[in-house]
Design a binder for this molecule. Structure first.
Ligand code: NAD
Ligand code: UPG
Length: 440
């Protein structure tokens, strides 16, 4: 970590979701004076009272510290907040819109709201994931030569947002206004991270290029897992053998029920539309998206097979609903996608997730893991919560009507499940437990 000192700046963050709240609280922890703005008045009131309602380790503590120290505030009106800002970070949603492109309405609303209230020289920074050309378009909407637009995409992962923000592998900043990107990069100087300073279009494309690469890597792994099953190989051994190659790397090699979450699905879709807009047929990326649907469908077929071939009336217990462990976010969760198809085929579903409470359409949400096993024909692991490994599988077996366990995350110890008199099927694994070949 460099010993570089942060020069405190007045910063406004618009949008207090996973990205905005993390950005605001972390920039305040670096010594900046941060005002966070949101349209959701009830949320602003909760945050101003120190209440954080998303599951992100360390975030509530940082918010509390900023409020106590007095350099972090939450307000409802963006226009007043931005009047003396050196930089305004846009962290509003850019969901998948009609036709699959990113919906930029929230960004446009904020730009229209604050455009003429921004002080001269203030950098307007897009941290939201936005299509290439958005910085230029925002510049046109603003119509001001004295307000540079800067792209500063965010790479944090949910569940480790604070850790990722404060220990980034890189900071990417791009602008077409000379010096503006460097000024925004300076706000992060205390983190000592390498920075990539470039033009706006390149910075905007980095974000999609990175997320879509990760999605393609996962689709590739899921396809290799399918080959493993057909060829009698073991995905754990195959990915371990691949991962030792530093050019490939060990991360993002775990097969699963398909990739999901609030970013990869919408960002793959958006990049496909961006490619279309310049008449490039991005078949490689389209195949990764198709493979993700095929993986979900293979999981459904496996569950149907485990239920005896017919899902109508089958009782299926689901362990996990969040799109990955460590978060309570259900947006675009593969678990919910699997559940909705099972439900459409007439299965009765009971689900449990340690981070999810309350009813969801088409299923009963239980308040403990054992409830999902009661009378179940099949129990399916869909999210890799470590606590599922520690369940008493003999007790689960006694509660079940059938004896099948489908483990879409290869999370469980197969031997433990088999010892309980149940069958176990993982992904890309032989039906019986095989330990990965260890390479030292
Ligand atoms: N979630 C992630 O892990 C992640 C990581 C990197 C980048 N991103 C990108 O960051 C952006 C935000 O994502 P998120 O997950 O934090 O969203 P989110 O849905 O968690 O939060 C967005 C917040 O913006 C607020 N908002 C909406 N319109 C507003 C307006 N006009 N003025 C003020 N506030 C407004 C909402 O009330 C909400 O609190 C998206 O573009 C996303 O692609 C997300
Ligand atoms: O080996 C792996 C790793 C991940 N996943 C799945 O891939 C999806 C995405 O996981 P992850 O990338 O950890 O989730 P996000 O928090 O959505 O983070 C991604 O999306 C963010 C929003 O753009 C980016 O900032 C992050 O860099 C990028 O990793 C989830 O369904 C995971 O279960 C696997 O199946 N196997």
């Amino acid at each position: 970590m460099s010993a570089a000192r942060t020069v405190a700046a007045r910063i406004v963050v618009v949008g207090t979701g996973y990205v905005g709240l993390t950005t605001g609280a972390c920039l305040a922890s670096l010594g900046h004076h941060v005002t966070c703005v949101d349209v959701d008045a009830a949320k602003v009131a909760r945050l101003a009272a120190g209440r954080v309602d998303i599951m992100e380790p360390g975030l509530a503590e940082l918010v509390g510290r900023g409020l106590t120290k007095g350099n972090l505030a939450f307000v409802g009106g963006a226009r007043d907040a931005v009047r003396d800002a050196a930089a305004v970070f846009l962290c509003v949603p850019t969901p998948m819109g009609a036709g699959g492109a990113a919906d930029l309405r929230a960004v446009e609303v904020v730009v229209a709201e604050i455009g003429d209230a921004l002080p001269s020289g203030c950098a307007l920074v897009t941290k939201s994931t936005v299509p290439v050309g958005t910085a230029r378009r925002i510049g046109e909407l603003l119509g001001r030569d004295d307000v540079p637009v800067v792209s500063n995409p965010e790479f944090l992962r949910e569940g480790t947002a604070v850790e990722d923000f404060l220990g980034p592998e890189r900071i990417v900043v791009g602008s077409d206004t000379p010096g503006a990107a460097e000024r925004v990069a300076d706000l992060y100087r205390a983190l000592g991270a390498p920075s990539v300073v470039t033009d706006a279009a390149s910075a905007e494309l980095v974000k999609y290029a990175a997320n879509c690469f990760l999605a393609m890597k996962l689709s590739y792994v899921n396809a290799i897992a399918e080959l493993c099953e057909r060829l009698g190989a073991d995905i754990d051994a195959v990915t371990e053998g691949m991962g030792h190659d530093r050019r490939i790397g060990r991360s993002f090699l775990k097969p699963g029920p398909g990739w999901g979450g609030s970013c990869l699905p919408k960002d793959t879709s958006a990049l496909l539309r961006i490619a279309e807009s310049v008449r490039y047929d991005f078949g490689l990326l389209a195949a990764a998206v198709d493979e993700n649907i095929a993986q979900r469908d293979r999981i459904i077929a496996r569950i149907a097979g485990a239920a005896g071939g017919d899902l109508a009336g089958a009782r299926i217990g689901l362990l996990g609903l969040a799109f990955k462990a460590g978060t309570d976010d259900l947006r675009d969760s593969p678990a919910l996608s699997v559940a909705s198809v099972l439900c459409a085929h007439g299965a009765e579903i009971t689900a449990y997730d340690p981070a999810v409470a309350g009813d969801l359409p088409g299923m009963t949400v239980a308040d403990n893991a054992y409830r999902v096993a009661k009378g179940a024909d099949v129990v399916v692991v869909l999210t890799e919560w470590p606590e599922f490994r520690r369940l008493d599988w003999h007790y689960l077996a006694a509660l079940m009507r059938g004896d099948a366990v489908v483990d879409t995350r290869n999370l469980l110890e197969p031997g433990v499940v088999l010892d309980a008199g149940l069958s176990w099927q993982g992904i890309g694994r032989p039906r019986r437990a095989v330990s990965a070949t260890s390479v030292s």
